[in-house]
Design a binder for this molecule. Structure first.
Ligand SMILES: *[C@@H]1O[C@H](CO)[C@@H](O)[C@H](O)[C@H]1NC(C)=O
Ligand SMILES: *[C@@H]1O[C@H](CO)[C@@H](O)[C@H](O)[C@H]1NC(C)=O
Ligand SMILES: *[C@@H]1O[C@H](CO)[C@@H](O)[C@H](O)[C@H]1NC(C)=O
Ligand SMILES: *[C@@H]1O[C@H](CO)[C@@H](O)[C@H](O)[C@H]1NC(C)=O
Ligand SMILES: [Zn+2]
Length: 610
């Protein structure tokens, strides 16, 4: 319970003790009580009473407002959930109407305040699923198994239900001293786990390690799977009493050990998540997000069940972080843009879901990004669209017409071009720029399309940490000409397009400082690049100010909330982050040493202390 809630409870208890006798007073008392109980009921996370007032100050002008002039100021005044004034303490005091003493908080020397950081492209439920069991820090097989046990024991809905499927992500057998794949027997050796269905994805996503019960449930297994491997043990060691012979492959001397690679993973029965699963995953993600300075997340792919889960949370005022939802549209689905209504920003500014996500093509790493010309390292393919050009041309104008922001995953130059064509074809019916369409990833773009993106008024939703992963192999894959249009952030800005920054977590770290660092250096975290220590295509670097705007005010614009979020201007929500040092001035090699001292939403510290 926040101190605010405590205050409210206190006032409510105190009221009846007063000796107020007139009927009028009794009525107002009742009304007051009503107001308080309403506040209590709805007041879980938002709308603290206006009485919470404080100034928070830095030594020096280390509060970055991120207004149009990129101003800095020593202090901000917070009243309730909002920023009410900015300036030095004296002028704030002078402008205050109230004579009540003002609580003044100071951040440590050298620390800074920035607006609440927003993640523009991430996958909330995936992150939660991947991190709920800390498999990636398991130092050997038995320690990793013990993490699974702990997870089961500490979640009663799982512990008490043997049918519940346990999912996790992140093991890496190459980091273990055993130097072998883990097996079903390793899991089943634990009395807590034995008899339960467990499916654990490897860190790179290419393998799944399962318990004996899962093996039993999916029998009989095929001998081989196209594009995948059912890992078998040639020595034929027994793998547990509970398994019968039909599991042991086609010969008696090989048997399934309980690891499925690549396409063989499709054999596994992944269950539909329950509401408890969603709660757990969401809360895992939120906990990490708040600790990483995030006050808002754009979820890049909600299905209708997840959308409904978040809608219910929003209606109950139980969202501990701001959310912007992109609802997924799959080819083959009925068009739903005129049946489902876009959710415009809620009163407490915590929730909206007014965009549709369409997955245009595959990824560059796997060769699935749709290119105009064949891949340089594989001339047999141009990649592929995951949704047909015809569907894109049909549904994009419809969604725009029905009031949806259209956000399309587009990585290859052809995918980006197709989306721009479709947006242009909607010009006659809609003010396309006003709908703020987004290219999610916008990785490889021709020069002409980069120009077009600016003209159309497109937002490029980019992930700078991908740059420093992909820079090592990308030129080999797409050649020396196209490489100039890969992650060409500066060219996009010059064309008039806007940029908004994200991480695509859990694909990359959720720490927004990694994106900030990558955007301004185009260097690996240890300071290297294929073009040397000056950075990979350094002419495409963002400035620190552009990168700071790209994680605060630009995502607010990209989610139609720039009038209330994204900067520390008076009248906006009091969302801000206290960083341990000034990322705008420290040497780049020190940026990743910065810690998040506090994350504040609606004026209240939700991580750390102020
Ligand atoms: C696994 O690692 C943990 C933590 O380092 C250690 O305590 C344990 O003894 C190890 N177990 C085996 C079997 O190596
Ligand atoms: C146990 O888990 C299964 C699978 O999630 C579910 O269908 C069932 O309703 C659960 N049983 C109880 C008593 O919660
Ligand atoms: C929704 O739009 C589609 C495509 O324009 C149309 O076929 C359908 O009749 C519309 N449905 C409603 C309920 O308006
Ligand atoms: C910053 O972090 C790096 C890597 O952990 C470390 O080598 C360096 O000493 C740190 N710098 C400071 C000033 O703490
Ligand atoms: Zn994504």
């Amino acid at each position: 319970m926040s101190s605010l809630d405590k205050k409210l409870v206190h006032s409510r208890i105190a009221l009846p003790r007063r000796r107020l006798v007139t009927p009028l007073a009794r009525v107002s008392l009742l009304l007051l009580a009503l107001v308080f109980s309403t506040l209590l009921f709805f007041g879980d996370f938002s709308n603290p009473a206006d009485s919470t007032t404080y100034a928070i100050c830095s030594h020096g002008s280390n509060v970055y407002i991120v207004d149009a002039l990129n101003s800095r100021t020593p202090c901000i005044l917070v009243v309730g959930s909002f920023i009410s004034d900015v300036g030095d303490l004296d002028s704030i005091q002078r402008r205050r109407k109230s004579t009540a003493p003002l609580e003044v908080k100071y951040i440590p020397d050298g620390a800074m305040i920035v607006p609440g950081i927003s993640e523009s492209h991430a996958h909330i439920m995936h992150y939660g699923l991947y991190r709920q069991i800390p498999l990636e820090v398991g130092r050997n097989i038995s320690e990793t198994v013990s993490f699974v046990e702990n997870y089961i024991v500490s979640n009663p809905d799982i512990y008490n239900n043997m049918s519940k499927v346990i999912e996790g992500w992140g093991w890496d057998h190459t980091a273990w001293p055993e130097s072998r794949f883990p097996t079903s027997a390793d899991l089943d050796a634990s009395p807590v786990i034995r008899g339960r269905s467990v499916m654990l994805r490897s860190k790179d996503g290419h393998g799944t390690w399962v318990s004996g019960r899962v093996l039993q449930e999916i029998r009989p297994l095929p001998h081989a799977v196209e594009g995948g491997v059912i890992v078998r043990d040639k020595k034929g060691k027994p793998i547990g009493k509970s398994l019968d012979r039909s599991l042991l492959g086609i010969t008696l001397t090989t048997h399934v050990i309980g690891v499925f690679l690549d396409n063989a993973q499709d054999l596994l029965p992944i269950p539909e998540p329950t509401d408890e699963d969603y709660e757990r995953r969401f809360s895992t993600t939120v906990q990490s997000a708040l600790a990483n300075g995030l006050t808002s997340i754009h979820d890049a792919k909600l299905d209708f069940r997840q959308l409904d889960f978040f809608k219910r949370k929003a209606a109950a005022r139980k969202l501990p972080i701001r959310l912007y939802g992109m609802t997924n549209y799959d080819e083959g689905e009925e068009y739903w843009g005129n049946i489902t209504k876009p959710q415009i920003l809620s009163d407490d500014h915590r929730f909206s879901a007014r965009s549709v996500k369409i997955v245009g093509d595959g990824s560059m790493r796997t060769g699935g990004a749709a290119l105009y010309e064949p891949y340089t390292d594989n001339p047999n393919t141009n990649g592929f669209m995951r949704v047909s050009e015809a569907t894109i041309n049909r549904v994009i104008p419809l969604f725009l017409r029905d009031g949806w922001q259209v956000n399309v995953h587009a990585i290859g130059d052809r995918a980006n071009g197709i989306v721009l064509d479709a947006l242009e074809s909607a010009f006659e019916d809609v003010d396309v720029a006003a709908m703020r369409p987004r290219l999610e990833h916008a990785q490889i773009m021709t020069k002409a399309d980069t120009q077009r993106a600016g003209k159309i008024g497109v937002i490029a939703s980019v992930q700078p940490t991908h740059v420093i992963d992909d820079m090592w192999y990308a030129e080999e894959r797409i050649g020396p000409k196209r490489i100039k249009g890969l992650y060409a952030f500066r060219s996009l800005l010059n064309s008039g397009a806007r940029i908004t920054l994200g991480s695509d977590f859990p694909v990359e770290t959720m720490n927004p400082l990694a994106g900030f660092y990558a955007a301004i250096t185009r260097l690996s975290l240890d300071g290297r690049s294929p073009h040397g220590p000056g950075g990979w295509f350094p002419e495409q670097r963002l400035t620190r100010l552009e990168a700071l705007r790209g994680m605060t005010i630009d995502p607010a614009y990209a989610s139609f909330s720039e009038s209330i979020l994204g900067s520390l201007e008076p009248g906006k929500r009091a969302d801000f982050v206290v960083l341990s040092q000034n990322i705008m001035t420290v040497p780049v090699s020190e940026i990743m040493n910065t810690t998040f001292l506090a994350t504040v939403i609606d004026g209240i510290a939700v991580h750390g202390e102020i």
